[in-house]
Design a protein around this ligand. Sequence first.
Ligand SMILES: Nc1nc2c(ncn2[C@@H]2O[C@H](COP(=O)(O)OP(=O)(O)OP(=O)(O)O)[C@@H](O)[C@H]2O)c(=O)[nH]1
Ligand SMILES: [Mg+2]
Length: 395
Amino acid sequence: MPTTSTQATTSPQDAQIEHDRIIAETEQRLGEKPRIVVCGKTGAGKSSLINALLGRQVNRVGHAEPTTQEEQEEAWTLGENSLRILDVPGFGEADKHQDRLDFIFNQLSSSHVGLLVVGAPDRAWEYERQFAQSVAEVDADFPLLVVGNRIDMFNPVREWNPQTLNLANPSTQKEKSIVEWAAALATACGTSHVLLTSAGESFEDVEGRYGLDTLAAAVVRSLPAAVQNAAARALRVDVDKRDLAEKVIWGASVTAAAIALTPIPLADCIPLAALQVALIIKIADIYGKVMTKETAFNLLSPVAASFMGRLALASLLDFFPGIGTIAGSIIGAGIAGPMTYAIGMTYLEFFARDNFKPSTAEVREQLKDNYRKARQEGHKMEEQARAQRAHGGKL
Ligand SMILES: Nc1nc2c(ncn2[C@@H]2O[C@H](COP(=O)(O)OP(=O)(O)OP(=O)(O)O)[C@@H](O)[C@H]2O)c(=O)[nH]1
Ligand SMILES: [Mg+2]
């Protein structure tokens, strides 16, 4: 029976429409233009490749010595939309290697796709292997595309015709060398596929360029994965922030319990209020907001203000059952700890949702709920406060 090919044939126009759609959707979902960071050893041809992709000579290209010394971001127009592409100084120079890596790893969190450019016919891939491995360790799903550049440099060097190059069915010595090199490089970098390019001997060498459209298409195809990864990353950051905020709140609550180990009359609760103001400022800081003492203090109203005797004590008693009577109100460790904890958790919930100005009604509702939960931890806070005091821990 004759077999029919089921392979879809996509016209260049359809491919372009699809790319436009993916890029536009990515930008919308990320809330910013996708950013591609181009990394690799010095001399691999990163700057040359960017110039060729952009069709503009934006980056300085070197000859013998390391060239790019500072990062440079450019707009990369692809069809109707554009991406951002970042050139960074190369790694691999003994005295600067670690600094360069640190810089690149700092850029990863604000980038969406990485290109690891490797210059052919080099086979010393230890730096690249380590780099790809470290990226996977830092962010397992970060899309890192490995690009084998300068493939025109395989022997015989003069025999370079990008138009007739056939890497699907290699027959010439050059084609076979390229394919064998790419397979070994893929293994070294722990990837299944290497994109092969030639940026040309110089910017003017337009005829010598190879693989740039395929590279651009691969970058576009990696964008949906980049969106997913960015979302997962944001979630991880949120979890990290919450973890940190909860630790800070717990620490402040134990300190509050320690302050009140010798029960204090309500009227003398200034140290507690100060501690809670500091706590609010710290939680806001974790969520990226600079808050003044005044704002934090106002936020604590009506709760903190109650401590200072500014509001009716009745409202405080309403919030925190167990304080005692209005006349003889004193705050002990079993109250001060949970109270602080409830205040911290209440503002954490607001700040995590970007609400830095909750209304009094909102605060009251949350606070009551959180205080009920916090009281169950009151004993633990008091125990830790006593242990802290016994060990001479500072308040
Ligand atoms: N023949 C050939 N030469 C290339 C190719 N790509 C880059 N080169 C040459 O390789 C040298 C280094 O290129 P750059 O683009 O400066 O390399 P880089 O990776 O940006 O290097 P640093 O900025 O030092 O990190 C230059 O002489 C380029 O002309 C290529 O595909 N083929
Ligand atoms: Mg460069």
